[in-house]
Design a protein around this ligand. Structure first.
Ligand code: TMP
Length: 235
């Protein structure tokens, strides 16, 4: 735990890596929502998200997706490729929920006739506003080629994750991805965990994700433990 901290985020810390091409990513127990306005320490969340995200990244890598993950070090840390994060979040939705339901008046749980993709600007101060392709390229956050690459990767990742999670009896409602630039390529970075996805039990629609924390619905880690248990048996 003695490496130099390069950046401390809300739920993870980026530290200096073992060489110039890598970082160490450490998961924290902090849970936040509403751009950090709601915040709580939840002992054990870091270990669970680290295990879940590493298993998902390893599954995606086995299936041809390039990610930042190099090596898991311990139960909350991994060595990852150094990458410059593209400052947009890529959100994929299979089922209406959350801000989509609220914004467009579509009840949560409504199946969508097609998969949707959208981008949000990564900025807590501005409340992560939704941003379109022409606005992103106009500001210079990413090029049109980078946007089409990220969108195509996100849809491929959705296909792979839907296949995996349906085997686990979990509906992948929606999720958020972040990508980074490294050696002239765009690769999947950050994490994929119940913090960044909506996971509903296929049989009961029980929420197994951070909405339990966002909406004060009970013991948030119960769902995270369930997701990990099912992943360990299927990934
Ligand atoms: P939303 O419905 O609130 O826009 O969330 C869509 C998905 O993105 C959901 O799976 C939760 C995830 N998400 C994040 O990972 N970080 C965020 O800051 C927000 C708002 C959502």
């Amino acid at each position: 735990m003695s490496e130099k901290i390069i950046y401390e985020g809300k739920s993870k810390i980026v530290c200096e890596g073992p060489d110039s091409g890598s970082y160490i990513l450490r998961y924290k127990d902090t849970a936040t929502a509403f751009d950090g306005k709601k915040k709580e320490e939840i002992s054990g969340k870091g270990v669970l998200n680290s295990a879940i995200s590493n298993l998902i990244f390893e599954y995606l890598m086995k299936n041809g997706i390039e990610t930042h993950l190099i090596k898991v070090i311990d139960d909350t840390s991994a060595v990852v490729k150094k990458a410059e994060i593209v400052m947009v979040e890529v959100i994929v939705r299979n089922v209406a929920a959350g801000s989509f339901s609220k914004k467009y008046g579509v009840p949560e749980g409504t199946a969508l006739k097609n998969i949707t993709t959208e981008f949000s600007l990564k900025s807590d101060e501005l409340g992560d506003p939704m941003i379109n392709d022409s606005q992103i390229t106009a500001i210079g956050i990413a090029t049109a080629d980078e946007l089409s690459l990220m969108r195509a990767q996100a849809l491929k990742i959705n296909e792979l994750l839907c296949a995996l999670f349906s085997k686990m009896g979990i509906k992948l409602v929606d999720f958020k991805l972040e990508f980074g630039r490294t050696s002239g390529r765009i690769i999947l970075c950050d994490e994929i965990s119940p913090d960044s996805c909506r996971f509903w039990d296929s049989a009961t629609n029980k929420k197994l994700d951070k909405d339990v924390f966002r909406r004060d619905l009970g013991d948030v880690l119960e769902g995270y433990r369930e997701v990990l248990k099912r992943l360990e048996n299927n990934a």
